[in-house]
Design a protein around this ligand. Structure first.
Ligand SMILES: [Zn+2]
Length: 154
């Protein structure tokens, strides 16, 4: 299975004309983290996408390339995040890691409560409510305040 997941990510990257950079950080306990870069078209990931969480992160970063243009100014940031996660969910070969997705979305939701640069969009709210339900989280709690602990994942 793990080889299948990595092969899937590599194939999608190829189809999207995206370079995949695996940045080994030496700490297997660190959260899997990724970043999508528009020019050149690159996805940076910190863990090989051979297990569920790193696979979801890699799918999400590829989703940025697949699901929205990189104009940056026309789409709100949280809209881009929602589009990339929706794409990851649709393209996952296995049951998505709903807890991971919820945690990432909730981090952005908390920023939206405290930072004017981050605004919830309808599709962001629709997605976080849907994912919260799948994790058994009370949907009310996802639309209210929290304190941002650190920069959100990209
Ligand atoms: Zn993202």
């Amino acid at each position: 299975m793990s080889a299948d997941l990595q092969a899937h990510i590599e194939r999608l990257a190829q189809d999207l004309d995206v370079e995949l950079w695996l940045l080994i950080n030496g700490d297997p306990d660190l959260d899997p983290y990724g970043e999508a870069v528009s020019d050149p078209r690159v996805v940076k990931i910190t863990h090989a996408p051979t297990t569920l969480a790193p696979y979801m992160v890699a799918l999400h970063e590829l989703g940025h390339h697949a699901s929205h243009a990189w104009t940056g100014k026309t789409l709100p940031r949280l809209e881009c995040e929602a589009l990339a996660w929706n794409w990851a969910i649709e393209n996952s070969l296995i049951e998505p890691d709903w807890n991971l997705i919820y945690a990432r979305l909730a981090a952005y939701g908390r920023l939206a409560d405290t930072n004017r640069r981050f605004k919830r969009t309808q599709s962001f709210t629709d997605l976080i409510v849907r994912v919260a339900a799948l994790t058994g989280t009370d949907a009310i709690s996802v639309t209210h305040n929290g304190d941002p602990q650190k920069d959100p994942p990209s």
